[in-house]
Design a protein around this ligand. Structure first.
Ligand code: SF4
Ligand code: SF4
Length: 284
């Protein structure tokens, strides 16, 4: 089972939910930190890292001896990564999505491959959990290939928990796509509701069942609950706005270890998710 934990907005407690949920399940879990621009799961879990591997993507390099400056490569590139001049071809590597279009279309075989390092992924373990995190290199912007690389290590025999990046753009889709369940973490504020609505629209397009964790209950209003009811999205857990929880978080500690009653609450959250996924599988 793959559970992707997302939020329309940063700072809602997504990583808190992902780490505490993973630890509370106790066995057969792999945890992927796909927030590759700012991975922070490791700050809470302190995993032992035992392997690091680069994520490479090909970008074009033009052989000007062969090029006839026909512009076919420029015209096929949807990302504006190529500019064919009278006697030169400019490649804007940071715009290239490595789709391969220009390599295929060139009639002169003048487009060669050049490796570009996007970032790396690290493999580790902590408390019986298999852990993988990605890290985007400074100056790079292509996040989805790193997330896809992390997800290529999905073990179907394990429960996979994905800490997705915040927002609703391509990286989030890469982290949510083909999950069995999407757990959206939000907070009961107008900002939380606004970004939750965007996240729900994205989830609807993907057609994956979802549920909510409402964090910091007590700081805002009940608009998020009313929206969830209207949209028929189950609220699976509420975490109160509690000074003790905030202090635990700020020290980089785990709630389920410092407040053991939360271990049962996160285990119940997992049971509810498993029931929803089970019903969907049964209904196929
Ligand atoms: S398609 Fe090939 S030949 Fe045409 S401009 Fe591009 S690199 Fe040059
Ligand atoms: S690989 Fe795709 S995105 Fe990159 S330059 Fe070629 S056509 Fe454009």
């Amino acid at each position: 089972m793959i559970i992707s934990i997302a939020s329309g907005k940063g700072g809602t407690g997504k990583t808190t939910v992902a780490t505490n949920l993973a630890l509370s399940i106790e066995s057969c879990v792999q945890l992927f930190d796909c927030d590759v621009e700012e991975p922070n799961v490791h700050l809470f879990l302190n995993p032992v890292i035992h392997k690091k591997e680069p994520v490479i993507a090909p970008v074009p390099r033009i052989d000007l001896e062969k090029c006839t400056f026909c512009k076919k490569c420029m015209n096929i590139c949807r990302y504006g990564a190529l500019a064919v001049l009278k006697k030169d071809v400019l490649v804007f590597e940071n715009l290239c999505h490595s789709c391969g279009g220009c390599f295929e279309i060139c009639p002169e075989n003048a487009v060669m491959e050049k490796d570009r390092s996007l970032g790396d992924i690290e493999h580790g373990s902590v408390k019986g959990i298999a852990f993988i995190q990605g890290r985007l290199s400074i100056g790079q912007v292509m996040v989805p290939p790193i997330i896809k690389k992390i997800r290529s290590y999905t073990d179907p025999n394990l429960i996979t928990i994905i800490d997705a990046p915040p927002g609703t753009s391509c990286p989030v889709i890469a982290a949510m796509n083909k999950a069995d369940f999407i757990l959206l973490v939000t907070e009961p504020t107008p900002f939380g509701l606004h970004d939750l609505k965007l996240a729900v629209e994205t989830v609807k397009i993907l057609g994956i069942p979802c549920g909510l964790v409402i964090n910091r209950v007590g700081i805002g209003n009940d608009e998020v609950n009313r929206y969830a009811e209207k949209e028929n999205i189950p609220v699976l857990m509420e975490i109160p706005f509690d000074k003790k929880i905030a202090q635990i978080y700020s020290r980089g500690e785990m709630i389920i270890e410092k407040m053991p009653e939360y271990k049962t609450k996160f285990q119940n959250l997992f049971k509810k998710i498993a029931q929803i996924v089970g019903k969907k599988e049964g209904g196929k």
